[in-house]
Write a protein that binds this ligand. Structure first.
Ligand SMILES: Cc1cc2nc3c(=O)[nH]c(=O)nc-3n(C[C@H](O)[C@H](O)[C@H](O)COP(=O)(O)O)c2cc1C
Length: 336
């Protein structure tokens, strides 16, 4: 009988039992669903993000509270502490979730910070490290809408933020970015030079919608579709072997086939949210069974053997990841 493929993988120095990671979502923000994800076989989880806005809002509330106390009742300042505490719900609750997750789970817990600017809020990275986060994911969700800001300005903003967070923590640091750079490969390299141990490719930017009845803009979250993994596939394949960093694939990974393709392209881990929201945490088991079956049937000893075997560097047709394949692609269209 063929021995079962060893699905273990490394992600930024973390030893994982397999490559399936539950990415940030409401499922990773509650202990019952976190436990269900672990039981289903998820090898690690990323907590939902703590947002720069939450931290800044919290800090403003704290200052307001302190000012009010000082102006009006300096002598009874001590009496304001319980109230100040309640200003702190965002980050405070986040730390409690992290602590509970660490207590309940045996798999690595990756905390997530989400923001765009350097500033006091980045010190929360240290708090997350101190409370036991095994790694940190920094989601830079930046829409470059200022026509006066050049690409270089925007890229500097990313790099400064990564350097700022890197300087506050020693745990592994992943950076989650979108695909919209003029030179994604060069940007990826500079993010790694700035201190990223891993890149999470790619963030999904949620697009606004217009409500024609209310004549207003409205958020309208649409879950990903499986085709969206193709953009990720291209860039994982191109970047594999080019960087001293782990690669995590995210967006559009709904089933075992997608995860297999991304591993062959060069991903160290494959992350899932939409499919887990649609099918529940137990979907992880289905995906893992599919992975194990596929690799074992083809007699791979380990994922390490398979990883990157169809990256751009190793592919029998490296041009398929670049423009040279453009015309062939168009010609391949068939109405059936
Ligand atoms: C409801 C919901 C909440 C999410 N919250 C976060 C978040 O807090 N931080 C983050 O980095 N990504 C967040 N994401 C993005 C996911 O982690 C993931 O990157 C994205 O959904 C693409 O992966 P998928 O195609 O598997 O869904 C969220 C996604 C959804 C659908």
């Amino acid at each position: 009988m063929t021995p079962t493929t060893d699905l273990r993988t490394h992600y930024m120095g973390l030893d994982l039992a397999n490559p399936i990671v539950a990415s940030s979502s409401p499922l990773t923000g509650q202990i019952d669903t976190l436990v269900a994800l672990q039981e289903a076989g998820a090898a690690a989880i990323v907590l939902p993000s703590l947002f720069e806005e939450q931290i800044e809002h919290d800090a403003m509330g704290l200052h307001r509270g302190l000012d009010t106390g000082a102006d009006q009742h300096g002598e009874v300042f001590g009496g304001y502490f319980p109230e100040l505490d309640s200003y702190n719900t965002g980050p405070d609750r986040y730390l409690r979730t992290l602590i509970a997750a660490k207590n309940e789970l045996t798999i690595p817990v990756i905390a997530s910070l989400n923001g765009t600017s350097t500033g006091g809020w980045t010190h929360y990275a240290k708090l997350l490290e101190d409370e036991g986060a095994d790694a940190l994911e920094l989601n830079i969700y930046l829409i470059a809408a200022d026509a006066n800001a050049s690409a270089a300005d925007v890229e500097d903003q990313y790099l400064q933020l990564v350097a700022a967070v890197r300087s506050t923590v020693e745990i592994p640091l992943a950076v989650k970015i979108g695909p919209f750079f003029s030179s994604p490969a060069n940007m990826a390299r500079r993010l790694v030079d700035a201190g990223a141990d891993g890149l999470v490719l790619f963030n999904r930017f949620y697009q606004p919608d217009i409500d024609l009845d209310q004549l207003s803009t409205t958020p309208n979250l649409v879950l990903s579709s499986p085709n969206e993994m193709r953009l990720v596939l291209r860039w994982v394949a191109i970047l594999h072997g080019q960087l001293e960093a782990s690669l995590a694939a995210t967006t559009g990974i709904h089933d075992a086939e997608a995860a297999i393709k991304l591993i062959l392209a060069g991903a160290d881990v494959t992350m899932m949210t939409s499919a887990l929201l649609m099918h529940g945490p137990e979907h992880v088991t289905t995906v893992l069974d599919g992975l194990s079956h596929w690799f074992t049937e083809r007699e791979y000893r380990s994922l390490t053997q398979a990883r990157g075997s169809l990256s751009q560097k190793s592919s029998p047709d490296p041009s398929s990841f670049e423009r040279t394949n453009y015309m062939a692609n168009l010609a391949s269209y068939s109405p059936h």
